[in-house]
Write a protein that binds this ligand. Structure first.
Ligand code: PLP
Ligand code: ZN
Length: 399
């Protein structure tokens, strides 16, 4: 099949993979005829390329073979907090610690296959780290555009892979669009570009394959650009076309209240998402006030009968703390947002305790430090047993 890009909004099709956005202004996605798609044999490789039949590229280069195949955990200890039968898709276990690796490997492998020597991205977080690492492993050059004022410590993890880091003054939302219209022979893998979305849809293929022939009631995820929400929606449409799922899970999208342009448009019943003046949030990975796939993400929730909600800073911290102390999972604040959102949806009766919900835990908590008081009593070795009993008496660590 020849490569094709489609517009979800106006239906226009393009027989190329060069464009990123439709003439109507909305983002394009890679389309594939999934009608004859069946679940691959058990012996087929695991990870992103298990689903090579529905991807624009079939072989990984560099570290791409390590992307995907993340664990799906059933976490009953978190059910009462989340208000449902909770499963966690643990995307922090990707090679650079977030789901971005699924999209980066497809973009980088495609660039390598087509002889494009350069890849680029507009990010100062997980996506920049991911693209830089995949490019290094593939022997491609990489340009990372970051906002001018990005602090050096934020860039340290990224700089290890030695991309060209370029600080850009001016509007960061505009930079997303301007980077895509550059004609310099760089394959830009921005948050919602078609190659990235194609790779990132594999998370939903993995979730659905694990549940098959059943289907979870809902999938909950934090949303920023709307790229991942679009990818999951695309996967569900393809699996429905392949008759591998008979009902489509609801998509619950969650944002931080301090920066919630998609939730705002949803609450106001609007068709499209418009930029907002955002405040500060600890969920830095999802603080996009001008999301390029916001309107598409909104369409995804409506099409799946889901919802978009936003959660406060204390609710995010509470969920993060609960995941760590009751679930044993260290996650980014942005990932905890999904669990906080489920708690809110359960509170309002939208989610029921018997609902099976998969929350996408988008990124690892082991990359950044957060303020916390560390308790640790010093005891004398000679009195180890007595002192240990005393420590145990404080009740820490009991279920
Ligand atoms: C990028 C990112 C998100 C948001 O994904 P979008 O595709 O931009 O909506 C959420 N969580 C983490 C950890 C991320 O890195
Ligand atoms: Zn269009």
């Amino acid at each position: 099949m020849s490569p094709r890009l489609d517009c979800y909004a106006c239906g226009k099709s393009y027989a190329t993979l060069d464009r990123k956005r439709c003439e109507c202004g909305e983002p394009l996605w890679f389309d594939v005829d999934s009608e004859g798609f069946v679940w691959p044999d058990a012996g087929r490789s695991r990870g992103v390329y298990r689903y090579a039949d529905v991807l624009p590229v079939t072989e990984p280069v560099g570290i791409g073979g390590a992307a995907g195949a993340t664990p799906l955990l059933r976490t009953p200890r978190l059910d009462s907090f989340a208000g449902c039968e909770l499963y966690l898709k643990s995307e922090g276990q990707n090679p650079t610690g977030s789901f971005k690796d699924r999209g980066s490997t497809v973009g980088v492998s495609y660039a390598a296959e087509t002889g494009t020597g350069w890849v680029g991205t507009v990010s100062h977080g997980n996506m920049a780290l991911s693209v830089s690492a995949h490019a290094a492993g593939a022997g491609l050059e990489c340009a990372v555009f970051v906002p001018e004022e990005t602090p050096e410590e934020r860039l340290e993890l990224i700089a290890r892979h030695d991309p060209r880091i370029v600080r850009v003054e001016g509007d960061y939302g505009q930079l997303y669009h301007d980077s895509l219209s550059l004609d310099a022979g760089v394959e830009f893998l921005n948050s919602d570009t078609p190659l990235r979305v194609a790779g990132q849809k594999t998370v939903a293929y993995e979730i659905c394959e694990r549940f098959a022939p059943a289907v979870p009631d809902a999938i909950a995820l934090p949303v920023s650009s709307g790229g991942q929400a679009s990818a999951i929606w695309k996967a569900l449409l393809e699996l429905e076309r392949a008759a591998l799922i008979d009902t489509v899970p609801k998509l619950y999208l969650v944002q931080a209240a301090a920066c919630d342009p998609i939730a705002t448009a949803y609450r106001d019943g609007r068709e499209g998402v418009t930029p907002i003046d955002a405040g500060e949030t600890i969920a830095v990975s999802i603080a996009n006030s001008d999301p390029p796939s916001g309107t598409r993400a909104l369409a995804a929730t409506r099409a799946t009968d889901g919802a978009v909600v936003s959660v406060t800073e204390p609710a995010i911290e509470d969920a993060m703390d609960h995941l760590a102390t009751v679930g044993g999972l260290s996650v980014e604040p942005s990932s905890a947002v999904a669990i906080a959102g489920l708690r809110a949806l359960a509170g309002s009766g939208e989610v029921d305790e018997n609902d099976t919900v998969v929350a996408v835990v988008t990124g690892s908590g082991y990359k950044e430090r957060y303020d916390s008081d560390v308790e640790g009593r010093t005891i004398d070795l000679a009195a180890l047993e007595d002192e240990l009993v005393a420590v145990m008496g404080t009740g820490r660590g009991k279920p």
